[in-house]
Write a protein that binds this ligand. Structure first.
Ligand code: ADP
Length: 163
């Protein structure tokens, strides 16, 4: 039987409980999950690439009891990277309507580039629906409590950045 490989790409700046929920659910759909951490220089991330990879790496060990998991930095065209790792699906999380238009367009373009790769959308869990890395950073920067949005490790790292 061929191994089902899924790719979950994102900036993860920083990883939130919303990302973690998608990771958990994606891990039930495949035999191997590659979490692709985008270098994304133009987004000017708060956390370095190494830090973003580490934050994801530090939560994936429970999934490794069931499936293979790799956390990798990536740069360039997503569809090329997906082909390179041998994945047949790209997993994306979908929050409310705001994500829809962009994701719809991306999935459509990627399908034109390689119709053998399917984009799979997982609806954000209602309790994580409103969590966005951008807002988490803003709250942390202004001294707010982000403990209900991120893991204790990420909360600590955010405090460290802003003090
Ligand atoms: P990108 O720059 O690719 O949008 P992000 O790190 O912001 O990277 O998000 C990666 C993926 O995780 C996207 O598919 C995004 O929609 C999804 N995502 C982000 N936050 C949440 C959340 N709270 N619940 C579900 N999915 C989410």
């Amino acid at each position: 039987m061929t191994k089902r490989i899924a790719l979950y790409p994102g900036t993860f700046d920083p990883m939130t409980l919303g990302h973690l929920d998608i990771l958990k659910r994606a891990s039930t759909l495949c035999d191997k999950l590659v979490v692709a951490v985008a270098i994304n220089r133009n987004k000017n991330p708060l956390f370095s690439l190494d830090e973003r990879v580490e934050m994801v790496e530090n939560v994936v060990s429970p999934f490794r009891e069931r499936i293979e998991v790799e956390v990798k930095p990536f740069e360039g065209l997503l569809i090329h990277y997906t082909e390179q790792v041998g994945a047949t699906m790209i997993v994306r999380g979908l929050r409310a309507v705001s994500d829809f238009e962009y994701e719809f367009q991306m999935a459509g373009m990627n399908d034109r580039l390689n119709p053998n790769i399917e984009t799979v959308f997982l609806m954000a869990d209602p309790q994580y629906q409103t969590i966005a890395s951008r807002l988490v950073k803003e709250i942390a920067r202004l001294g707010g409590n982000v403990s209900q949005f991120v893991t204790p490790e990420v909360e600590y790292r955010l405090k460290d950045k802003f003090t």
